[in-house]
Design a protein around this ligand. Structure first.
Ligand SMILES: [Zn+2]
Ligand SMILES: [Zn+2]
Length: 747
């Protein structure tokens, strides 16, 4: 609470670098016992009235004229000291302002646009005292009207009350300030809806020996109350989820709270039911799909300690737990843990930082861990590696067969479907079993491949596939190397070299011709843009009302289809040659995941992977279900080219309507970066400027600079300094500059 003679230290809610510091405001007498660290208040700033966050109390230096806080925005503080610390760390790590980070952290709170909407108003005094107060209001008929209405109809919202009394809402505020009206926050428990769903209890299962060993490590760490991090590497179907659930129970038993994060696509009703079944109304579900009010209520239950178990997607990493003990990230390698616009934070990094600050335990789980996490769980690394190498049911992993598309071309088959895949699908249609056709397409870049020998044209310097542009050039999106589209394959001399890109629509069209009797469904972002259509397509397919489901990444994860016995990967190369240094890793992860979709019930599964590069290690390792084999080849490649996890990468993305302006501006930024770097012996390298793979969106051109260096903080400092110089050099040049430290993709 504020103390007499002290001033509140406030961060104002303006997203500008110059004002990202603490300002002092006097605390008026009537707010003395209401304002605390974490309060959101209203302050005069310049000529405006804006929101501010109270981050401490102190005395301003010098004899500056200090203004007063003019209002309180919420009945309760909206963030804790720990989350304030996180906001400051985010501002520092991701080059944003503290206010912006705080805004992100408390966004479920902000989802309720007007805090008073959820507050219901009641008379603050007994009736006879209210009558006395009314007598004194002869000269304020509006206030009297509001007070009478509140007495007659207690429990209206601010807006309802002012409307019913034909008064201005501000009159209501005056009466609240005079303590004649009091506000009570009404909350709704989402568990109420749950009883309607007839949630079944799911008791703890018996752990097998590997699960038991992993669980014991995690619960042991929980007891010590010291920060520790685990990488739980478990093959598909090895029972990671049961380990998570029992670890959460252990955290609860120790009086702590837990957060379990899942990728957007895995937050299925089955997953939610599983958590409710185990922990009942102790669970709060947090994700961006919830309506504002719903999300706020869940957030409030977490904050007040009524829901000690949080299940959610990326942003749930900011859940306001009073005493966090456990952070779980399932499928920790998923790119969706990275926020993709504005404030580009990574949920894994935030979880690790929160755990460090509060002495909590982090469990990163995956069947195909990211190279970063794998690297950190190596000898002497900060993570401890836990392994679940066996499937629970001891069933073998599905058989994966690689189909060489070069051979198909040689034998005259130019269709998307190899003969192998066609006959495998026909066999399923006859038996009444289902097929998944998967296209791991990123959709934005077209690479060039020789259909005779599988050669793909890459940048010598960056080892990134060159992207085909409509003007007939091939470009590297990291360093902007350009070359003409060759007429012949530089490797084998064949003329069958061309740019490549297949959409789900095209696959569907061809499938309809090849299998006219089959019932075919397609699921991609085009067919699922309407709310709920995603679930509808999946449930239609799960109920056996279709034979073939065609889709992108969306169908690869977290979904169980008992009748699917065949998974066909239409073209593995589309992700293998996207212009990104993580292309091989993503391909390996996607293929392994897709392969896990086949034959999970009583029917044995088969996976066919079509490719022009049947010898590529990410494809052969995925076919063998061999994670470690993949890392053994990929790690030295990353090391040789200086890519993460052996270095840190940042991307500066410039967008502007005028292409000439933006290329000039990006070139200037590069010049400034180089100048800033000169004289420092820090091994930082600046690549580009080059057009981004998606070179134009909604009429705005996009250019990028890629910067890499061995130390993250150095990289960040150089970028910060250079961006400040850039603004000074050309104040008229105002592109949108987006800084992405540790980018997960570079569209
Ligand atoms: Zn060739
Ligand atoms: Zn290059």
């Amino acid at each position: 609470m504020g103390h007499a003679g002290q001033f509140a230290e406030i961060i104002v809610d303006i997203n500008a670098r110059g004002v990202d510091r603490v300002f002092h405001y006097a605390v008026p007498e009537m707010y003395q016992d209401k304002i605390t660290v974490g309060s959101r208040v209203l302050v005069n700033f310049g000529s405006r009235q804006i929101a501010g966050y109270v981050v401490g109390f102190g005395t301003p230096a010098g004899e500056v004229k200090v203004r007063e806080i003019s209002g309180i925005l919420d009945a309760e503080p909206v963030f804790t000291m720990e989350l304030l610390e996180i906001a400051r760390w985010m501002a520092d790590s991701y080059l944003c302002s503290t206010a912006e980070a705080l805004g992100r952290i408390i966004s479920p709170r902000l989802g309720i646009k007007n805090a008073r909407v959820v507050k219901l108003l009641y008379p603050a005094l007994p009736d006879w005292e209210m009558e006395d107060a009314l007598k004194l209001m002869a000269r304020s008929p509006k206030q009297a009207a509001v007070l009478r209405t509140a007495m007659e109809r207690p429990g209206l919202s601010r807006r309802e009350l002012s409307a019913a009394a034909h008064a201005d809402p501000k009159t209501v505020d005056v009466l609240i300030d005079k303590r004649l009206l009091k506000a009570a926050v009404k909350t709704f428990s989402s568990f109420q809806d749950l009883s309607l769903r007839g949630g079944t209890r799911s008791p703890a299962l018996r752990l097998n020996r590997d699960q038991e060993a992993a669980f014991r490590e995690v619960s042991g760490a929980l007891k010590k109350r010291r920060f520790s991090a685990f990488l739980l590497h478990g093959v598909t179907g090895s029972g990671k989820t049961e380990v998570y659930l029992q670890a959460i129970s252990a955290a609860l038993a120790a009086g702590l709270q837990a957060v379990a994060l899942v990728p957007e696509i895995s937050l299925t009703p089955q997953m939610i039911d599983l958590f409710y079944g185990r922990f009942g109304e102790q669970v709060a579900v947090l994700h961006s799909g919830l309506a504002g009010r719903e999300r706020y209520n869940e957030w409030l239950r977490v904050k007040e300690g009524r829901a000690p178990v949080v299940l959610g997607t990326r942003s749930a990493v900011f859940a306001p737990l009073p005493n966090p003990g456990l952070f779980i990230l399932d499928e920790e390698h998923e790119p969706s843990y990275k926020q993709d616009d504005h404030l580009r934070y990574h949920a894994r990094e935030v979880a690790l930082k929160r755990a460090q600050l509060s002495g909590a335990v982090v469990v990163l789980g995956s069947a195909t861990p990211s190279l970063e996490s794998w690297f950190r769980s190596g000898r002497g690394g900060p993570y401890k590696l836990l392994k679940l190498p066996h499937r629970i049911d001891e069933k073998p992993l599905p058989r994966v067969k690689i189909v060489d598309l070069r051979q198909e071309i040689k034998e005259g088959n130019r269709s998307i479907f190899s003969r192998n895949l066609v006959s495998a699908i026909c066999a399923r249609l006859q038996k009444g079993e289902q097929t998944l056709l998967f296209l791991n397409r990123r959709g934005y870049a077209t690479f060039v491949v020789c259909r005779e020998c599988g050669h793909v044209i890459k940048c010598d310097r960056c080892d990134i596939s060159l992207t085909y542009h409509l003007d007939g050039t091939l470009r590297c999106h990291y360093c902007n190397y350009q070359t003409k589209m060759p007429e012949k394959c530089p490797s084998c001399g064949s003329r069958s070299i061309r740019y490549f890109g297949v959409g789900t629509q095209k696959v569907e069209d061809e499938a309809k011709i090849l299998f006219p009797q089959a019932r075919i469904l397609r699921m991609d972002s085009d067919s699922t843009s309407r709310r709920g259509s995603h679930e509808r397509i999946l449930s239609t397919f799960r109920q056996g009302q279709a034979d073939i489901l065609i889709g992108t990444q969306m169908i690869a994860k977290g979904l169980d289809f008992p009748m699917v016995t065949l998974v066909g990967v239409v073209n593995a190369d589309t992700s293998l040659f996207m212009p990104d240094f993580r292309a091989a890793e993503r391909t390996f992860q996607l293929l392994t995941q897709v392969a896990g979709r086949a034959g999970r019930a009583d029917l044995p599964g088969e996976v066919l992977v079509q490719t022009y590069c049947p010898d590529h290690y990410s494809i052969t390792a995925a076919a063998r279900h061999d994670c470690e084999g993949f890392y053994q080849v990929e790690m030295p490649v990353r090391s040789a080219l200086g890519y993460p996890p052996y270095s840190y990468l940042a991307r500066l993305l410039f967008t502007h309507e005028d292409e000439a302006e933006i290329s000039k501006g990006a070139a200037l930024a590069k010049e400034i970066l180089d100048k800033t770097l000169a004289g420092h012996d820090n091994f930082i390298e600046v690549l580009g400027p080059a057009p981004a793979p998606l070179s134009r969106i909604k009429g705005r051109y996009r250019w990028q600079l890629v910067i890499k260096g061995p130390r993250r903080n150095e990289l960040r400092d150089i970028i910060r300094e250079s961006m400040e110089t850039l603004q000074k050099c050309r104040p008229a040049f105002r592109p949108v500059i987006n800084v992405d430290i540790n980018p997960q993709g570079m569209q």
